[in-house]
Design a binder for this molecule. Sequence first.
Ligand SMILES: Nc1ncnc2c1ncn2[C@@H]1O[C@H](COP(=O)(O)OP(=O)(O)OP(=O)(O)O)[C@@H](O)[C@H]1O
Length: 614
Amino acid sequence: MDPVTSKLTSRDLCRVAIRAVRMSWAADPQGVLTVAGLQLTTAVGLAGALLLLRDMIDDVMPLAGRGGAGADLTTLVSGLVALIVLGTAGGILLTLSGMRQQILTDRVDRHVISLVLRTAAHTELGEFEDPDFHDRLQRAVHAARHKPAMVIMMLVTMMQAALTVLAVAGVFITIAWWLLPLATLTALPLFKAAKDERDARYAMHYSLAENHRRRQYFEQLLTGRDEAKEIRALNLGATLHARWDSEYARELTSMISLIRTHAGREIVARLVSSALIVGGIATVWALVDTGRVSLAGASTGLVGLWLLSTRMTMASRMLNDMGQSLYFLKDLHDFAAAATVPPPRPAEPALPFRTLRARDLTFTYPGVDQPTLHGIDISLHQDEIIALVGTNGSGKTTLAKILAGLYAPTGGRLDRDGRPANDMHQLRHGCAVVFQDFIRYKLTAHDNIAFGRVEDQIHDSRIRCAAESAGVAALVEGLPDGYDTVLGREFTNGTDLSGGQWQKLAIARAFYRNAPFIILDEPTAALDPQAEADLFARIRQLFAGRTVLLISHRFSSVRSADRIYVLDAGRIIEQGTHAELMRTQGRYADLFLTQAAGYLDGNHLVDEVSGDLG
Ligand SMILES: Nc1ncnc2c1ncn2[C@@H]1O[C@H](COP(=O)(O)OP(=O)(O)OP(=O)(O)O)[C@@H](O)[C@H]1O
């Protein structure tokens, strides 16, 4: 079903409604039963009240002409008392049902948001490259944020409408069955208006999805703490606000036009409904006049007609919201169904390897025409430090992501100890990556390190050891609450770190992960020269017995690597040790000399290079 052009059929609606019931049941079965029970009791009470009213009118009407003389007051008073009792009980049931509904709503809320978050958290990285995925995700998040209450309202309204209509219609059959088709007819125009509104609103929601995402992005830029400094330094506030405003204006224009159209439709529907009711009253009047229907029967019939038609009108208004929540439920389901969530796997040990080899490996990002990597052949051995260098955009991070099991190669193969390494979960499990743009978790320092390996039991001694190795232990111990200090000024007693201190913490996380394969993508970009030199002096000893892939633009860091691969436009163009590559006088030597020239004067540079060549 194409979501933009087509509408939900009655079958789809039923299917989604069943899903809504299942979802509510999964979230709070007791709540569903209680609310259903209370609604049923209320509907039965309403039918009882209507029957009582008819009996009372039957008793009183014949005496009306005699000024009530001869009326049995006991019957009248007991009838009235019964009506008051039923009314009060109905009110209490309504309050109880409302209370239980709220609890049920909160539980469904949690259930739905959890479904979206769980699905998003397990979705493969490649999906995040697809704008359609983001559209689906956004609609699911929107549905999760705003619609659980609607789901409950929808269920309760459906129940309420069905039960009251059944109860009133049941009574109707015994007193004025002939008014039933008329009552149904009066509600039809409003049902139709509600359906048109529902379809139009959903189509608008689809067409504005990307626009909405952009607006949210501007909101993030204008309100985020991390963004605040640059926005102020560049004086971007007014410009970004204007962009946000124009995105919002577009959404608002569509929304206002939709609201106006709907109001027009509803006014017409109401006029038609009222005309039908007037017609019904005139018919009843004529029937009473000709003696075919008693006055008592006609009066109760008209009360019933009024009750039935107001319930149906209410139901049609609710149908509008209901229809929308059904559409949004469909969004939730589509998102969960389309996302490729791998089944949960038990924690397994990260197995060491002797060789990881890429053979003729190719990779193209989803939705992109040209491959980013072509025919890559590299070998990484245990106990080796391998460096990857190249200009910006040459594909270093992309290759690292494939070796880390974050993307599957689109061509060629990856072998571990001579066997195909197709299991991305296993690759990820055996790898620790420090990305250039690692996450600064605004949680405790302890969490920031322990997140390196959450599958295992957390050992405080190992956390301290990882902090020590990354050169950040003294800093953390000096924080107000040591390892329990929250690293985010947005939170009470939170503190912040410098860029380099955050980077050391990210490196500590990699140490804590204790994986056989370590990828360090520009790990020292924010470190001071002393911290960088310290880390590289100890890196071999710290990661002894493992394999380290080091990506860096700092040639001083890579020159001691066992082997250096040079990437250019997605291809390996050179490989060897620093000395070998300098002797070749190719791309690596060019880049090295360009960087070195920035640090050393001519004489020193000649000495350096002759040392390398010698
Ligand atoms: N998610 C993505 N979708 C599509 N193309 C991408 C994506 N990420 C990177 N690219 C493209 O792939 C190419 C290689 O990017 P990559 O990040 O691997 O380069 P890099 O060598 O690590 O660069 P740098 O030195 O600047 O970090 C670039 O042309 C980039 O535009």
